[in-house]
Design a protein around this ligand. Structure first.
Ligand SMILES: NC(=O)c1ccc[n+]([C@@H]2O[C@H](COP(=O)([O-])OP(=O)(O)OC[C@H]3O[C@@H](n4cnc5c(N)ncnc54)[C@H](O)[C@@H]3O)[C@@H](O)[C@H]2O)c1
Length: 311
């Protein structure tokens, strides 16, 4: 099995450690903050137990944990790694520095991938001699439950590295997609932004309440989106398929979105949405509701796996 190094043991790093270790890979985990790795190892054990409870892994935490070791330095973590997943702070200067160190410490054929949500590969890896082996592998929180990974190489990234990263992520049960050209926000966050921009507008202009808008996704569009994307949706929503859909509904739907611009999310508008959300969920319940969300996600992923097996 390829040896994996996970750099940065916060929320995302520790979830990646679970993804690779439960798939059988040895994982070296490093964090610059004293005590962070020890704390992460406790949380990883809890996370593995929870995913097992939902049937997402077969092995017990006791069987998986020995594959994860606490590295004493970045160099110690990386020296014999075949693949590195970097999860340090979301700052370009930090990533540039960490990628310099990782490139200097890694074996010649080791892949260096970043979990960054917003910084393109060209911006954090263009300066390193081994830039051909650098790319973004952007997960969604939490990656040990939500499988999508956006692979976003720079023009200088070797196609072979992209392919090896794709194969590795697929082999550990993630769902990699390829961002063919560098673009701000990659794909997932651009889609999320488009939906949010229209959501804020509809509430701002008084067309709908915050709760009714959420219901429209939760009990409407989102039901299909849990197992098919928007293109497959429209392909099935017209008897002649996607071309038929485009002819029937294209002019109306594109027409209503002409001149769409993003208005700032600030002032009275934010206060209005905030007030409605706090009425439904007091701040004090935030952590409880987050845990609820993760349990529901795990149950949904388990359900999808069962159904995939029956298709
Ligand atoms: N949180 C999310 O929802 C999410 C989702 C997708 C991607 N990401 C990306 O994942 C990365 C990590 O995010 P997070 O939410 O886990 O942050 P976090 O703050 O929970 O963890 C970051 C960790 O990196 C460590 N660190 C900082 N500088 C370091 C260095 N030079 N060397 C080693 N360790 C260092 C910190 O001590 C900390 O433990 C970011 O790039 C973020 O954009 C986050």
């Amino acid at each position: 099995m390829e040896k994996i190094a996970v750099i940065g043991a916060g929320l995302i790093g520790r979830a990646w450690a679970m993804v690779f270790a439960r798939a059988g890979h040895p994982v070296a985990l490093y964090d610059a903050a004293p005590g962070a790795v020890d704390q992460a190892i406790g949380l990883i054990r809890d996370g593995l137990a929870e995913t097992r409870h939902f049937g997402l892994i077969e092995e017990s935490p006791d069987a998986v944990m020995p594959r994860i070791r606490a590295a004493t330095s970045l160099e110690d973590a990386i020296a014999d790694a075949d693949y590195v997943q970097e999860n340090t702070s979301e700052r370009e200067d930090v990533k540039r520095d960490v990628f310099s160190k990782m490139d200097a410490a890694a074996k010649a054929d080791c892949i260096l991938a970043s979990s960054t949500s917003t910084i393109q590969t060209s911006r954090f890896a263009g300066h390193v001699p081994g830039r051909h082996r650098c790319l973004v592998a952007h997960p969604v929180n939490p990656p040990h439950v939500v499988p999508i990974v956006e692979l976003s190489p720079a023009p200088f990234t070797s196609p072979d590295v992209v392919e090896r990263a794709r194969v590795l992520h697929e082999s550990v049960g993630q769902v990699p997609i390829l961002v063919r050209k560098e673009v701000e926000g990659f794909i997932l966050n651009r889609l999320q932004a488009a939906l949010l921009i229209e959501s804020w507008r509809l509430v701002d202009e008084g067309y709908v309440s915050v709760e009714d808008l959420d219901k429209t996704i939760r009990d409407g569009l989102g039901l299909r989106w849990a197992f098919m994307g928007p293109f497959e949706t429209i392909d099935l929503n017209a008897p002649g398929g996607v071309a038929d859909y485009a002819a029937r509904y294209g002019p109306k739907l594109t027409g209503m979105m002409q001149g769409l611009t993003a208005r700032p999310w600030e002032g009275d508008l934010v206060a209005k949405v905030e007030a409605e959300r706090r009425e439904r969920m007091p701040h004090a319940d935030h952590a409880v509701r987050e845990a609820w969300r993760d349990r529901r996600l795990m149950a949904l992923v388990a359900h999808k796996r069962t159904m995939d097996g029956q298709d």
